[in-house]
Structure formats: structure tokens, C-alpha cells
Design a protein around this ligand. Sequence first.
Ligand SMILES: Cc1cc2nc3c(=O)[nH]c(=O)nc-3n(C[C@H](O)[C@H](O)[C@H](O)COP(=O)(O)OP(=O)(O)OC[C@H]3O[C@@H](n4cnc5c(N)ncnc54)[C@H](O)[C@@H]3O)c2cc1C
Length: 351
Amino acid sequence: METISIIGGGIAGLALAACLDSARFDVTVYEKRPALPAVGNALGMWPNAQRALARLGILAEARAVSPVIGTGSVRNAQGEPWVSVSAGQMFAISRVDLLRLLDGAVPGTVRRITTNVRSLPADGSLVVGADGVHSTVRREVWGAATRARLTPYLALRGTLPAPVSPGDVGEYWGRGDLFGMAAARGGSFWYASYRSGLGPYGIDAGSVLEQARERYAAHAPAIRRTLAAATPEACLVQRLWTVPNPGSYVRGRTVLIGDAAHAMLPTLGRGACESLVDAAALADLLNTLPEHQALRAYDRQRWLRTRVLSLASSALGRVALAEGAQPFRDRLLNLGRRRNGRAAVVSGSAG
Ligand SMILES: Cc1cc2nc3c(=O)[nH]c(=O)nc-3n(C[C@H](O)[C@H](O)[C@H](O)COP(=O)(O)OP(=O)(O)OC[C@H]3O[C@@H](n4cnc5c(N)ncnc54)[C@H](O)[C@@H]3O)c2cc1C
């Protein structure tokens, strides 16, 4: 049997392990986390990710535990809608549920090793870097120039047991900050992002929550209510990082998938979706083609699309988090609203 070592058992690594042909491949997943995480925020599943979940045989279960996103608005900081976005059949799955379902889809024949991989396995296997934004595999094989880049932004996210009012769902763009809220399983989830010099590691959620309450004190009442109800225990905080273009996702017999290949700003909500698609695409190619052809085809299928999405996420991030250009951005968006007499309606369900 051909051997495959998957470094990282997150969304991308587990999805790949679940899709590989167990009659053909001897697969080992190396994951440093001893258990699945117990807290995590909601991830919007775009149609391409839903197709990948269907390929994995877990779409129905994923839908059953996830509310549909429905319609939300992009608004100014005071909550006045500029654009109304219909998310079609997109749903928001909790990261905890997604990882649990992926984990359950991995066949028992896959070997699981709990370890923090510091150097690549030298057993002649095909090595898959599914080890996230700070990928050891990328650093070892592609070199230090592809080290993750720290962005100036911080992301604070949380869940609440109370549902969000449908009239408040959406994203609020202020001066150098954004805030979002939507339905989640058992209540609602929210996120905030703005420039911050904190960190980059070990940031205290309680202090950031206090900072956010001050920062958003003059924003829409729905934001203030959400932050007042939020607790540090139900919050995650981190600085945001991105991965520079490594040129190709394949080098010899090493291949990158998920955030290890293309960690991007979360503004489009595509990172986890594209990680699932990477995994399904790579598995289907490896299952049917000789290895070198499969790797070349994977790079062709996935590199350009994910680079474009990465650039688009950064561009949208600059607009949503605009600081100096915020008055100009708001004037333009207000103009669009005045012309229509109401918020423009956009369908966000393509792709
Ligand atoms: C604030 C925020 C909001 C987001 N919102 C969305 C959204 O709405 N929709 C969406 O699609 N995406 C979203 N994303 C992106 C999404 O979280 C990532 O794209 C996704 O988690 C990538 O999955 P992955 O498996 O590639 O990497 P990860 O989830 O990072 O998993 C990597 C795994 O590898 C393990 N690992 C790392 N190094 C080693 C090592 N040396 N040895 C062994 N194991 C190792 C880690 O423990 C981890 O389990 C968001 C991201 C952020 C930061």
C-alpha cells in the first residue's frame, strides 16, 4: 500500500483522511491536540463546502445541527443597512460540531498519532501539510520566506445562549472596526475585529472584551447589548495571520492543504470552506490518478482559486476595516442606499 502522512488533524487533515481510499492508502494523521476542542465559533458553509460535506457523507448531519444564515445586512456603525445579503442555503456550523462530524467520518484503518511534529516523517510517505497557518511542513519545505504574516487586526468572537433578533443579523462597519452577529446552534454568535497591538500570542479574552465594550460604546444598541451579555469564558481572541503565496502548493512529494496553503483574512468566511474543498479535491485525485499526476492536477485546480479568494478577502478587509477612507466609503454606500430608496439586495450564495 502507498503511505500518506497527514500533519495536522484539523478541518483539512480530517477531511482528507476521511476521503482517501482506505483500500489503496495506508494513512497516518499526526495531531498535536490530545482531544477535539470543546469551544469554537460558527463557520459559514458556502455551497462548494456543502458539496465537499456531501462527498464526505456528512452533509445531512451538518445541516441538522446548524441554523441557516438567511438574510443579513451590511450596515454602518449605527446599524442602518446599506446592503441586504441573502445567504441562500448557507448554514453556520459550529467548529466543534464540524470537527466532531469529520472525526467520525475518518475510517478506523487510519492511524492517529498525538504528537507535535517538529520535523517531517522520513518514512518515504507522501507528506500532506494540513497543519494550519503556522505550518511546520511549509516552513521545513518551502522555507522561512513563507512564514505566516501578522496582520494588524485582532478577532474577538463569542457565543450567546440568546437568539439574535432577525433585524440585527449582519455586519456593522465602523471606523477601523467591524462587528457581526448571526444565529448559531442554541443561540447566536458574534465577532468583532479591529486594529490592535496586543499579542500576538496569549491575549487575555477578559481584557479584550472590556476594551471592545469601550471601543463599541457609541455603536448600534444591538452591538452594545451583545457585548454587555458576553462573557470571557465564551469568547475566543486572537490576532489574525495570513500566509504569503508559496508559489505552488506542491513541492516534490509534499503538498499543502487548508490554512497551511492559504490562510486568509476571515472577511469572506472562506478559509474552512476552501480547506474542505482542498481535501476532497486532493483525495479524489489521489484515489484515481498516479501520485505525480494527482499532485500536479491538485495544484492546477486549487492554487489560482484560493489565491484569488485570499486577495479578495484582504481587499474586502481593507474596505470593511477602513480607517482614513471610512468617511469616503460611508458616503459611497449611503449614496447607493439613497438611490435605491432602501438597502441594495445581493445574493451571497454563489460558489
Ligand atoms: C476569526 C476567524 C473567523 C473565521 N471564520 C470562518 C468562516 O466563517 N468560514 C470559514 O470557512 N472559515 C473561517 N475561518 C477560517 C478557518 O477557521 C480556517 O480556514 C480553518 O480552520 C483551516 O482549517 P485547517 O485544518 O487548514 O487548519 P487548522 O484549523 O488550523 O488545523 C490545523 C491542525 O493542525 C494541528 N497542528 C498544527 N501544527 C502541528 C504540528 N506541528 N504537529 C501536529 N499537529 C499540528 C493543529 O493542532 C490543528 O488541529 C475563520 C478564521 C478566523 C481566525
